[in-house]
Design a binder for this molecule. Structure first.
Ligand code: SF4
Ligand code: SF4
Length: 150
């Protein structure tokens, strides 16, 4: 794989391996979200999906995620609406908006995620699994998922 593919290729031109490598593994897309019915405003919460590993920030069963979690969303160019669910720091969203990858992105650090965690750009240490939540989602709205952590 060309280590700088994300600088030379558009999202449409990327192959499957490049598309997957683009994901920083921050875990923010696996947080529960709330939409205000009156304004259509999207809010992130600090509640994470039951399958999200709180330490690695990755899905505990990525291969079978759609079978296990009915509302898990596949990010796809064929379904542009899925991009509206992504946080501003997300690599897919950034490139689709013509912005570069952030300085902490694993692709800038030979695949290592330590800079991302250090920059506070992942969910590590900030979330509660949905299995422990009783109550309304709106009581758990969080603003940190909107940080770009440049
Ligand atoms: S928010 Fe984007 S970059 Fe982060 S884990 Fe989700 S898809 Fe990957
Ligand atoms: S099932 Fe989907 S939303 Fe849940 S942790 Fe896995 S990838 Fe994220």
């Amino acid at each position: 794989m060309d280590p700088l593919f994300w600088q030379h290729k558009s999202l449409e031109q990327m192959n499957d391996a490049e598309w997957e490598a683009l994901c920083d593994g921050c875990g923010k897309c696996c947080l529960a979200k709330v939409i205000d019915d009156d304004t259509d405003q999207l809010y992130f919460t600090e509640i994470s999906c039951q399958l999200l590993n709180q330490k690695s920030c990755q899905c505990n069963d990525y291969q079978h995620r759609f079978e296990k979690v009915s509302d898990c969303v596949k990010i796809s160019l064929q379904d542009p609406e899925t991009f509206q669910w992504l946080p501003p720091s997300c690599a897919y969203r950034r490139l689709s908006e013509g912005r570069p990858l952030p300085s902490w992105h694993p692709l800038r650090h030979r695949g290592k995620k330590s800079e991302m965690h250090k920059a506070g750009a992942s969910i590590r240490g900030k979330t509660i699994s949905e299995v422990f939540i009783h109550g309304e989602l709106q009581d758990f709205i969080a603003w940190w998922p909107l940080d770009e952590c440049e």
